[in-house]
Design a protein around this ligand. Structure first.
Ligand SMILES: NC(=O)c1ccc[n+]([C@@H]2O[C@H](COP(=O)([O-])OP(=O)(O)OC[C@H]3O[C@@H](n4cnc5c(N)ncnc54)[C@H](OP(=O)(O)O)[C@@H]3O)[C@@H](O)[C@H]2O)c1
Length: 295
């Protein structure tokens, strides 16, 4: 990483008027930053059918070199077709492979077969950079913990938001670490909820906190891999609509409504541009949690 100095985090003061209970820090860019080139990239984006994932595909297509390959995974084939069109418009020299798949139930073999498409489709140009965006995610039931009694829902929540992430990640890094001269980035799409508790969002907060720690461990284990936990900020998309309508805690539900009413939600492409800039400049220590508002 680029050398840097520790700065206090500013991100937790804003957005939702809930008590600040956690402070964290991250490393900021210092002088003499060396940009990491994108070059020919092999990219996997989960949850690529809409929202932030679609915007990641579009944004990445706009910066990588011709011959790059992006695999987009999600359940909605219609959504993936839209993303494919966005990618093509951003850069017709990037190949987009859409994989319609339920990540909650996908087998190891299905995930491996998906990753094997990278060398098959991208065989004409060797990659210089490989990136995995763990973006797919769900909110789960937004009720108080005392009301979380649906065992199937609880198990299914962690299968999608943790289990599939661990497995896909292992298969991806095992494959990429065998490539000699390739730089590897693993990006976990995190949330403020990874570091701050929100009433009636127990599953989501626990899922995001677990994922942050998983990727901190990955950063310790694999010095060759750049690992980033990126919290994209409150986005102007479908997930926020659900947050406004389905959040069990009344105070939090109206805080979400205020974000919308006051025009404080962030367009997905704006957050993605910031993420790509962070990845290009490498303004973080591997494993850090970096928030949209801090970068
Ligand atoms: N929205 C926000 O304000 C906000 C804030 C902080 C962090 N985040 C995080 O940002 C990431 C993207 O969220 P978003 O806001 O873009 O939400 P979104 O619009 O609901 O998109 C979620 C994506 O995940 C995919 N997905 C969900 N369940 C899946 C499954 N079982 N198998 C495969 N794919 C599945 C969806 O595709 P299909 O439905 O087609 O399967 C969709 O592409 C999430 O990790 C979220 O937690 C969002």
């Amino acid at each position: 990483m680029a050398g840097g100095k520790l700065q206090p985090c500013k991100c937790l003061r804003l957005r939702l008027q809930v008590p600040l209970q956690y402070q964290h820090c991250h490393l900021m860019m210092s002088d003499g930053v060396k940009e990491l080139p994108w070059g020919v990239s092999w990219v996997v984006v989960t949850g690529a059918s809409k929202g932030l994932g679609a915007a990641i595909c579009e944004g990445v297509a706009g910066v990588v070199a011709p011959g790059s390959v992006i695999i987009g995974v999600a359940r909605s084939q219609h959504g993936l077709d839209n993303t494919q069109a966005m990618v093509h418009k951003a850069n017709p020299d990037v190949k987009f492979i859409s994989i319609g798949m339920d990540l909650e139930t996908a087998s190891k073999e299905e995930l491996q077969k998906t990753l094997d498409k990278l060398p098959q489709v991208g065989q004409s140009s060797r990659p210089t950079r490989c990136l995995l965006f763990h973006n797919a995610g769900s909110l789960g039931n937004l009720v108080y913990l005392r009301d979380l009694k649906d065992q199937d829902h609880i198990n299914s929540y962690f299968r999608l938001n943790i289990g599939s992430v661990v497995l896909l990640n292992a298969l991806f890094i095992d494959m990429m670490l065998k490539q000699p001269d390739v730089s590897i980035d693993v990006i976990n799409i995190s949330s403020l909820c990874a570091v701050q508790p929100f009433k009636s969002w127990g599953l989501y907060c626990a899922g995001k906190a677990s994922r942050d720690m998983l990727f901190k461990v990955l950063a310790e284990e694999e010095p060759r891999i750049r690992v980033l936990n990126y919290a994209p900020g409150p986005l102007d998309n479908e997930m926020q609509e659900t947050a406004r309508s389905a959040t069990g805690d009344k105070e939090l539900r109206s805080a979400f409504a205020s974000l919308k009413d006051e025009g404080k939600l962030i367009p997905c492409n704006v957050s993605v541009n910031k993420l790509l800039n962070i990845l290009k400049l490498h303004q973080f220590k591997s494993g850090d949690h970096v928030d949209y508002y801090d970068a």
